[in-house]
Design a protein around this ligand. Structure first.
Ligand SMILES: CC(C)(COP(=O)(O)OP(=O)(O)OC[C@H]1O[C@@H](n2cnc3c(N)ncnc32)[C@H](O)[C@@H]1O)[C@@H](O)C(=O)NCCC(=O)NCCS
Ligand SMILES: Nc1ncnc2c1ncn2[C@@H]1O[C@H](COP(=O)(O)OP(=O)(O)OP(=O)(O)O)[C@@H](O)[C@H]1O
Length: 197
């Protein structure tokens, strides 16, 4: 089974690309969704995150905006959060891979925002990076509610620069030239790597 890592910096269009792989019938593991599930009440990370960041609790839930404001810009706090979350995320990833290997799939995608930053490429056979020009990335990110230039800069500074990601990637998926171009690039990758159920 071929494992394709899918990554890209903030706002580059990873989720959109992941949706296109799914549309083509490729199973996609979404690390962000797993992080979300781990932090809802009853999730495996709920208690440890609240213990480490009591201020992030609002109406009995972890408030992601509050937590983000707390950790982005504070490297020690972010490392502490990552140390809680990343091992739990990996457990789910391993389960996903086992499930589809057993099912005889020929291709799966691991959608992981911090793939290169966490050496995740070592667990992948190939890596695809979504990329768009900087001004488009900025437009997309600033259109989100709760986003500020300071928060954007703090997040970007924690991520490997786009140029470096592109250099390390086996495939670069353009996301700034319209959805048809993105879809064609993804279809070519799937054709090249093979996709059998
Ligand atoms: C701090 C949290 C709660 C903020 O949630 P929020 O919904 O406000 O933002 P969201 O998750 O959409 O992230 C916004 C952007 O920040 C980037 N980002 C998220 N976590 C990190 C991180 N640890 N380092 C660098 N960039 C990050 C994402 O790529 C995304 O582009 C959340 O980002 C989180 O739990 N992060 C730590 C877990 C993690 O490392 N996730 C990423 C890979 S599994
Ligand atoms: N290939 C594309 N062509 C045109 N617009 C796109 C494309 N991909 C994404 N977009 C637009 O860019 C925005 C961000 O896309 P998306 O949510 O997929 O990014 P992301 O990389 O998953 O973000 P993040 O990592 O920050 O969560 C959305 O408004 C989406 O409509």
């Amino acid at each position: 089974m071929v494992i394709l890592g899918l990554t890209g910096s903030i706002g580059m269009g990873k989720s959109t690309a992941a949706g296109m792989f799914r549309y083509l019938g490729v199973p996609v593991y979404d690390a962000d969704v797993v992080v979300h599930q781990l932090m809802v009440p009853g999730g495996a990370a709920f208690d440890p995150v609240i213990a480490a960041f009591p201020d992030a609790l609002k109406n009995g839930k972890i408030d992601r905006q509050l937590l983000g404001a707390r950790v982005f810009g504070d490297p020690v706090a972010l490392s502490r959060l990552e140390a809680i979350l990343h091992p739990l995320v990996r457990v789910q990833e391993t389960k996903f891979i086992k499930r589809y290997r057993r099912a005889g799939r020929s291709l799966v995608v691991l959608d992981i925002p911090l793939l290169f930053e966490t050496d995740g490429e070592e667990r992948c056979d190939h890596v695809a990076v979504v990329s768009a020009p900087r001004f488009i990335q900025l437009q997309r990110v600033m259109a989100r509610s709760g986003m500020t230039k300071a928060k954007f800069s703090a997040i970007l500074s924690k991520q490997m620069p786009d140029r470096e990601k592109r250099r390390k990637a086996d495939f670069v998926i353009p996301t700034g030239l319209g959805r048809a171009v993105t879809f064609n690039a993804i279809r070519n990758i799937v054709d090249q790597l093979g996709n059998r159920t």
